[in-house]
Design a protein around this ligand. Structure first.
Ligand code: ACM
Ligand code: ZN
Length: 560
């Protein structure tokens, strides 16, 4: 399958550059942006950066690392069918300097700005970024990255970079701007997760929701329960084709041996994300999506097993037993270790897609229901979630869970992640719960991105159709008034990886749709779609090419 057949894109801008400055495009659209079209030149070889506060020095080295480490072709083998397009653009080397007056870029903290807010001035005297905190300065540097990529992509090698005079004042609309990465169905290495974090940073996304446990693989090492990763990380084979395509069969190849994150890996990823102003929220699924855990420790289930790490996709009837106290001992120990590694306020406890059939036949679960006065099995699920919420609250954490947690009688303090469309989130906000909107019909990026995936040569997806335009059209405040809007904390895209076995394929699914996510999450005022697409084409596309990120080409070829 030749999925993306693109030639090197490098030379187009050169002829225009010397005489004509094109308008600067930024994604997500800044709150205020004034461009005066005066010519500003920046050095193409070495950009000196002055930190007006000692706390910003580290940020400069992280940014320099980000710019100097494009993922060039030839250094990585691409999985079949994916072509990386890399431009010939070369960004200047970034160097810290103590000489304020001579610096090309000057960074300052300004306590009058909000935490993630920044201003950015581009004048003949250089670039000045003020941030409400290191976060604001960091997002300002991401905007500068886009300006530099655009200037460099139309400059002759060795010539100064030309851009126009600019004033930007910018801050995010939503405090939660996330992407979920499913590392259970397919595993991604520490380096790949770091690259994913780089991609988030470029889009001013500030949250990585890390899906670490599921039926098909448990991917975080837990010291007290070593079988979770010795047994639970491995499935004996994997379904080929769609889960309901019986004729396609199974691949006969064990998957996942050694594919898990150690405590050291987790710390490395959290530190890498933190350096890029990104919070990592772990997800430990309960009470469903637990077959890998049950296979490792069969006493966690109602029947006692035996169980087998699932080799196909979908939903399992085998889930954690809520009747037995030993299940709570296990979950609390796992959460103790998770909390000792992850500093995030939120811990995601899953809660989705949990059948009740095993609980109906389990004497322990039925006894629990009687003792606790629970009317039905959904309340039994609510019992588990409330106990776990209390436990996590006692450790200073808050829970977030998929919208099914509303069904068991959710507490007012839980945050709801609305995935089955926006309605669960709308209901939750109206009843006073905080919400993160991640509706499948707008932000499930394992869905196809064109109307005719087969004709357009899209790789196998789970189904559905979420075009860039559809993602961009999402209104997080739909049906909500001023009194309930405050509960919408933000938006997130989810990339489930049942059908995504390589990091190349993952990027193909996420880019450019992350650009739409980014703007829905960040920009209070959105533009017309055509204008947005023009900005993505002028700004994000060359950035993807500069960094060597793989993106789906369809919208740039007029196909949706
Ligand atoms: C989900 O997609 N099951 C949250
Ligand atoms: Zn049970």
């Amino acid at each position: 399958m030749n999925l993306i057949s693109k030639t090197m894109v490098a030379t187009l801008g050169v002829a225009l550059a010397a005489t004509q400055l094109s308008a600067v495009s930024i994604v997500p659209q800044p709150s205020v942006m004034r461009e005066d079209r005066s010519l500003v030149q920046l050095p193409s070889g070495r950009l000196s950066v002055y930190s007006g506060d000692p706390s910003l020095k580290h940020l400069v080295s992280v940014w320099a690392d980000f710019l100097e480490k494009p993922y060039a072709p030839g250094t990585e083998k691409l999985s079949t069918g994916f072509t990386r397009v890399v431009s010939a653009t070369v960004l200047p080397e970034v160097k810290s300097t103590g000489n304020e007056s001579k610096a090309d870029v000057r960074l300052y903290l300004d306590p009058s700005l909000a935490e993630e807010e920044y201003t950015l001035d581009v004048t003949p005297d250089g670039v000045v970024i003020n941030g409400g905190s290191g976060k604001g300065v960091w997002w300002g540097l991401q905007t500068l990255t886009q300006i530099l990529v655009q200037a460099a992509s139309s400059a002759e090698p060795g010539e100064p970079l030309r851009t126009s005079g600019l004033y930007i004042q910018d801050k995010p609309h939503f405090s939660y701007r996330g992407a979920m990465l499913d590392c259970c169905r397919h595993f991604f290495t520490v380096d790949e997760v770091k690259k994913f974090i780089d991609i988030l940073a470029l889009h001013k996304l500030n949250t990585l929701h890390w899906h670490l446990t599921d039926d098909q693989g448990w991917r975080i090492e837990i010291e007290k329960y070593p079988l979770l990763t010795q047994v639970g990380a491995v499935r004996k084979e994997t379904k080929v084709g769609h889960y309901n395509d019986a004729a396609a069969g199974y691949d006969g190849t064990p998957y996942g041996e050694g594919d898990f994150y150690t405590a050291r890996d987790v710390k490395e990823i959290i530190a890498y994300a933190s350096d890029r102003q990104i919070t990592v929220i772990p997800e430990i699924e309960m009470p469903g999506h637990a077959v890998a855990a049950l296979t490792s420790y069969p006493w966690l289930g109602c029947t006692g097993g035996p169980y087998e790490v699932r080799t196909t996709w979908g939903i399992s009837d085998d889930v954690f037993c809520i009747g037995k106290e030993s299940t709570f001992g296990f979950l609390e120990t796992v959460l103790d270790e998770v909390c000792s590694l992850f500093p995030s306020e939120y811990i995601h406890i899953g809660g989705d897609e949990c059948p009740a059939v095993r609980w109906k036949d389990c004497p322990d679960c039925q006894r629990r229901m009687k003792e606790e006065g629970l009317d039905d099995e959904r309340q039994l699920q609510g019992y588990l979630l409330h106990r776990i919420e209390q436990y996590l609250n006692s450790k200073g954490r808050k829970i977030i869970g998929w919208d099914e947690i509303l069904e068991g009688g959710v507490t007012p303090t839980a945050t709801v992640m609305s995935w089955r469309g926006p309605q669960g989130g709308i209901n939750a906000a109206k009843q006073g719960n905080d919400v993160v909107m991640t509706p499948n019909n707008y932000f499930y990026l394992d869905y196809y991105q064109t109307a005719d995936p087969e004709a357009n040569g899209e790789p196998l997806g789970i189904g559905g159709y979420v075009s860039l335009e559809k993602s961009y059209s999402f209104d997080p405040y739909d049906q909500l008034d001023d009194s309930t809007r405050k509960h919408i904390k933000g938006v997130q895209a989810n990339t489930w990886t049942e059908y995504i076995s390589s990091f190349d394929h993952l990027q193909h699914m996420d880019l450019p749709r992350f650009a739409a996510l980014s703007e829905v999450a960040w920009s209070e005022e959105r533009t017309a779609y055509d204008q947005f697409l023009a900005r993505v084409t002028a700004s994000m596309k060359p950035a993807y090419e500069y960094f060597g990120f793989i993106y789906a080409p369809y919208v740039f070829e007029g196909i949706e």
